[in-house]
Design a protein around this ligand. Structure first.
Ligand code: F6R
Length: 357
C-alpha cells in the first residue's frame, strides 16, 4: 500500500535506504562475512566468462555489474540486451555463466535467451526481486534482491538493489578466488544507505530543479563518463518513460562525434561528475555544451565538487556511486512528470512486466 504517499514511485524511491540495509542483513553472516549459497559461489568461480542478459533498467544495472565483476573479481563479463542477444549471439567462451537480471522475473525477452542457452547446456543464475518467478524457476540458481514489491511501472528500488547484489556477488567471487582487496561491500553499502537518505530528504530542492529545467523543455540530455555514463542511460530512461520528455544519455567523449549538434540555446543538460579519474574530462565536456547554449545541471560528489555545481551528493565508494547518483535523477524525473500532469505510476503505453517478445 502506498500509505500517505501520492504515488508508488515516490514511496519506492524513499524505500531505497531500507532496501539496501535489508540486503546487507540478508547477505551477512554472524561474523560479518558475505553469506552466499556455496553452489552459486562455485558456479561463478568455475565460469571463464559471465554473460549478463537483461532489459531496460535491469540492463542498465547489468552495465554497472560488468564493471564491478571485472574490476573486483577480475572475471570477463559481457552485458547484453535480452531482445538482441539471440540475433547477435557472440561466440561463447568454453565455460560461460549466464546471469539474468530481472525485477519481475517474467520478462519474455530474457526468458527467450534462457530457454536457448539451456538447450546448449549452459549454467544460469537469475538475480530477481520475485523468487518463484519464471526466470527464477527455470534458471539453475537465484539471488534475491529483497527490494519488496515494486508497483510503479518505472523501476527505482529494484535497480539499486540489483547493483547492490551484484557488488556483493563480485566481492564474494573475488574472495573465493583469493584476490586481496580492501573493499568491504557490506560496510560500504551501509554508507550508501545513509547517503540515499540524505538525498531523499532533499526533495524540495530536487523538485525546484525539475521545475527549472523540465517544465517546458521538449528534450533533455544526460552526459557522463565511466560508470556515470551508465547512470546517464538510466536517468534518461526514467525521465522519458514517465514525463515523455525526449531524453538521451551520452558518453561525454561522444559528444564531439555528433550529438553535440543537438545542443541549442537553453537545452537542459544534466552532467554527472562522480568519477574522480575522469573528472577533468567530463568538466571539459560540460564547458563545451555550455559554450553552445546548454542549460547545465551538474551533479557531482563530495571531494570533486565545484562552486557552480547544482547538487553535490555525499561521498561513497567509487564502485557504488551509481546507487547514489541515480537518486536525484529518479526524484527529478518524478517531479518533472508530476508537474507536466503525467500519470507517474502508470505511464502511457507501458506495462510493469513485459511478458511478450
Ligand atoms: C524501466 C522499466 C523497464 C524494466 C524492463 C525489465 O523503468 O521498468 O525498463 O526495467 O522492462 O523488466 P524486468 O527487470 O522485470 O525484467
Amino acid at each position: 500500500e502506498k500509505g500517505t504517499y501520492p504515488h508508488y514511485m515516490l514511496k519506492e524511491i524513499d524505500e531505497q535506504p531500507f532496501v539496501i540495509r535489508n540486503i546487507i542483513t540478508k547477505y551477512k553472516n554472524e561474523n560479518d562475512t558475505i553469506k552466499l549459497d556455496e553452489n552459486i559461489r562455485q558456479a561463478v568461480l568455475d565460469s571463464d566468462r559471465v554473460y549478463i542478459i537483461a532489459a531496460g533498467t535491469s540492463y542498465h544495472a547489468g552495465l554497472v555489474g560488468k564493471q564491478l565483476i571485472e574490476k573486483i573479481a577480475n572475471k570477463p563479463v559481457e552485458t547484453h540486451i535480452a531482445s538482441e542477444f539471440l540475433y547477435n549471439m557472440p561466440l561463447l567462451s568454453e565455460k560461460p555463466l549466464f546471469i539474468f537480471i530481472s525485477q519481475s522475473g517474467e520478462t519474455a525477452d530474457s526468458r527467450g535467451v534462457l530457454v536457448e542457452i539451456k538447450k546448449l547446456g549452459h549454467k544460469s543464475l537469475t538475480i530477481t526481486n520475485v523468487p518463484g518467478s519464471t526466470l527464477s524457476r527455470e534458471a539453475d540458481y537465484t539471488l534475491h534482491t529483497y527490494a519488496g514489491p515494486e508497483i510503479a511501472v518505472a523501476s527505482t528500488k529494484a535497480y539499486t538493489a540489483q547493483m547492490a547484489v551484484l557488488a556483493i556477488l563480485a566481492v564474494d567471487t573475488a574472495r573465493a578466488a583469493g584476490i586481496q582487496m580492501d573493499f568491504d561491500p557490506l560496510q560500504e553499502l551501509a554508507i550508501v544507505a545513509n547517503a540515499m537518505e540524505t538525498l531523499a530528504d532533499r526533495k524540495e530542492e530536487l523538485e525546484q530543479i525539475a521545475r527549472d529545467y523540465m517544465s517546458v523543455t521538449r528534450n533533455c540530455f544526460f552526459i557522463g563518463r565511466a560508470m556515470d555514463y551508465h547512470v546517464c542511460l538510466e536517468g534518461a530512461l526514467k525521465l522519458k518513460e514517465i514525463s515523455y520528455i525526449q531524453a538521451e544519455g551520452f558518453a561525454g567523449g561522444e559528444l564531439k562525434h555528433g550529438t553535440i549538434a543537438l545542443i541549442e540555446e537553453g537545452t537542459p543538460v544534466i552532467g554527472l561528475a562522480t568519477q574522480e579519474h575522469v573528472n577533468l574530462s567530463i568538466r571539459g565536456n560540460i564547458k563545451e555544451v555550455v559554450a553552445r547554449g546548454a542549460y547545465p545541471c551538474v551533479i557531482s560528489m563530495e571531494g570533486m565538487e565545484e562552486e557552480e555545481d547544482t547538487l553535490v551528493i555525499p561521498h561513497v565508494h567509487e564502485y557504488l556511486t551509481p546507487l547514489v547518483s541515480v537518486l536525484p535523477l529518479q526524484i527529478i524525473s518524478y517531479y518533472a512528470a508530476l508537474h507536466r500532469g503525467c500519470d507517474v505510476d502508470k505511464p502511457r503505453n507501458l506495462a510493469k512486466s513485459v511478458t511478450v517478445e
